[in-house]
Ligand binder design. Structure first.
Ligand code: ADP
Ligand code: MG
Length: 228
């Protein structure tokens, strides 16, 4: 589903060039559960941003379902991003004044005219927050806020969830609850989950662990080589 061929991403900072991704080859199939690990600055977030079409490679090719994302128009890339990917971040990225249900309705502004409330309720119920729909972020615990963010990511039925350090701000009990939801998305709904984490016990939930260093993949536990 996801295929990188010698992907690089360079950032220019004054006179110096940062090789955030320095020739990455990887394939991730549908329904895989992948943890990306590595030191700070090793290129994990850059890789997630390229996968989620938030950013384009400097060179190399990114194929999504066989389509070269680099050759798509901006409009098409925007559609691909909105339709296929759900994003979850360490800091939840919720809007302070909005209730849980309003946050979850937000991504549907562009998609469904009707049924927004019903779909948002269903998404919140799926993450165990049916009884917290009208709470605002400050009235929710960290774990509950992350579950609202997850419901917001899920409400458009993405095929891929990209989670950048989703448990980074959570205690271990709450991390477990959130990770169990990710696991159920893979096992019960066949969603592809790719998450970045520093914590080995979080990475242990995934079926495959990829380690990055200086913009390279230095370790990948993928059991079977995927066909080219
Ligand atoms: P990680 O998520 O593994 O901590 P990142 O992908 O965020 O790493 O960053 C990889 C490298 O690219 C780092 O050296 C970082 O400083 C640099 N970098 C990331 N984003 C930018 C940017 N927008 N501008 C300049 N440099 C960046
Ligand atoms: Mg990062």
């Amino acid at each position: 589903m996801i295929r990188f061929e010698s992907v690089t991403k360079l950032y220019h900072l004054g006179d110096s060039v940062v090789h955030a991704l320095d020739g990455v080859d990887i394939e991730i199939g549908r329904g895989e559960y992948v943890a990306i690990m590595g030191a700070s600055g090793s290129g994990k977030s850059t890789m997630m941003n390229v996968i989620g079409c938030l950013d384009r490679p400097t060179s190399g090719r990114y194929l999504f379902e066989g389509h070269d994302v680099g050759r798509m128009s901006d409009d098409l890339v925007t559609k691909l991003r909105a339709g296929e990917f759900g994003f979850v971040f360490q800091s939840f990225n919720l809007l302070p004044r909005m209730s849980a249900i309003e946050q979850v309705e937000l991504p549907m502004v562009y998609r469904h005219g009707r049924n927004r409330r019903r779909l948002a309720k269903e998404a919140l119920a799926r993450v165990g927050l049916a009884d917290r729909m009208h709470h605002k972020p400050t009235q929710l615990s960290g774990g509950q806020q992350q579950r609202v963010a997850l419901a917001r990511a899920l409400v458009v039925n993405p095929r891929v969830i990209l989670a950048d350090e989703p448990t980074g701000a959570l205690d271990s009990q709450t991390s477990t609850e959130v990770m169990e939801i990710f696991t159920s998305l893979v096992r019960e709904r066949g969603i592809t989950v790719i998450l970045v984490t520093h914590e080995p016990d979080v990475a242990a939930y995934a079926d495959r662990r990829v380690r990055m260093r200086d913009g390279h993949i230095v370790e990948d536990t993928a059991k079977v080589a995927l066909p080219a």
